[in-house]
Design a binder for this molecule. Structure first.
Ligand code: ZN
Length: 392
């Protein structure tokens, strides 16, 4: 449903709805939570990079109408607690997914803001360090299965698109299978999977396997589907899979349990990229401080990598300014761990599964862990230790 003018609505109501969402887009908010509070005004809480950062209040004379308008736009009713609509803002077309939540205090509407045109980055713009970037670049179109893992909202799609852009060449036949909104990329055959169920994925995989693909990207496929048509291709083609996993090792463990892994011939797994998104320190209001023994002891509980030598090191905080909306953070950066999966680890996964020995093989082939990459970025003033503790 398009959020354009509807004759039975007062223009001020729609204007307020647009304003409320446009403010969220300008703040890079992912969610807006709306609730009519006891004084009858409407509170809009904005979640930015995973944290409630800001609130706006709308007059009681508008509150009920704005709330009703949002329910109407998203088709929210007593029967249907979720819906969506698109809205055209000066920043572009955005999709808003709405969910109605009943709480003890009354109704809450949660709006998820999804830009229909996510930003495109190239591999060298993601924030990978030089070794990680080189490792990915040299293995880009290598045979076997490559994984991009992390929790939800860790930037996996951005990395996958950058990876595909890196592979993109007129001589290659590239396929991307996803059930999310996607940007049209020149030279890549994009297959939209309408239903999230296993059957739709199985049909799409069988169809793509017949098209003589060179590179196939699967965007968070259910892991219990039938991967066999792809397994036959894995030894001579490049298969890239994004999946939800907390660590690179968990990603390996999940894939090793699929029929893609068991049915694929050598070399099976090629590369694993595990990542997080952290808020970037605002360069306008950040200041340095020194790591004292007290903070060190707290950190050492989370980060095993820390050494007593680090006491006294310079780290950074931000006080907040108008430019960063007084949050101290502006934008986001990626934190990464990248490993090439060698023959020894592949053999171990095939014979004994993802056991402690397999974890040792993985650890020894990884130049930098997620925590180490994050810590280096904190030392460079790109983020804070508190942010690392939140996301890692
Ligand atoms: Zn600032």
């Amino acid at each position: 449903m398009l959020g354009n003018l509807n004759p039975f609505n007062k223009p001020i109501i729609l204007k307020t709805v647009n304003k409320l969402i446009a403010y969220g887009v300008a703040q890079d908010a992912s969610d807006i939570q709306l609730e009519i509070i006891p004084d009858q005004s409407l509170e809009a809480k904005y979640k930015v990079y995973g944290q409630f950062a800001d609130s706006l209040y709308f007059d009681a004379s508008l509150a009920a109408d704005v709330f009703a308008k949002l329910k109407h736009l998203a088709d929210l009713s007593l029967k249907d607690f979720s819906g969506s609509f698109t809205l055209e803002l000066p920043e572009g077309l955005i999709k808003v997914e709405a969910a109605l939540i009943k709480s003890g205090r009354g109704e809450i509407i949660n709006l998820k803001i999804k830009p229909l045109k996510p930003e495109l980055f190239f591999l060298d713009e993601l924030g990978l360090n030089q070794d990680q970037f080189k490792l990915i670049e040299t293995n880009l179109c290598a045979k076997g299965i490559s994984l991009i893992s992390g929790p939800s909202r860790a930037g996996k799609t951005t990395t996958a698109l950058a990876y595909l852009l890196g592979c993109n060449s007129i001589n290659l036949n590239l396929y991307s299978l996803t059930n999310q909104e996607q940007i049209k990329l020149r030279g890549i055959n994009q297959v939209a999977i309408k239903n999230k169920n296993a059957r739709s994925w199985n049909e799409a995989i069988s169809a793509v396997a017949k098209q003589d693909p060179d590179i196939i990207y699967l965007d968070e496929p259910p892991l219990d589907i039938d991967f066999k048509p792809l397994a036959a291709l894995a030894s001579s083609h490049s298969i890239i899979i994004s999946l939800q996993a907390a660590s690179a090792f968990e990603a390996l463990k999940k894939i090793a349990a699929t029929n893609l892994y068991s049915a694929a011939a050598e070399p099976k797994l090629n590369l694993v990229i595990n990542q997080r998104l952290a808020r970037r320190l605002c360069p306008n209001c950040c200041f340095n401080y020194h790591l004292d023994a007290n903070i060190f002891n707290q950190l050492a509980q989370t980060f095993e990598i820390l050494d007593q030598d680090l006491i006294g090191l310079e780290l950074f905080h931000a006080q907040g300014c108008a430019q960063c909306g007084y949050s101290g953070y502006l934008g986001q950066i990626g934190l990464f761990e990248v490993a090439k999966i060698g023959a020894d680890l592949n053999r171990r996964l095939s014979t004994d599964g993802a056991d402690a020995k397999a974890q040792d093989f993985l650890d020894s082939s990884m130049s930098l862990s997620l925590a180490e990459d994050g810590f280096i970025k904190a030392l460079k003033g790109l983020t804070t230790i508190e942010e690392l503790k939140r996301v890692i």
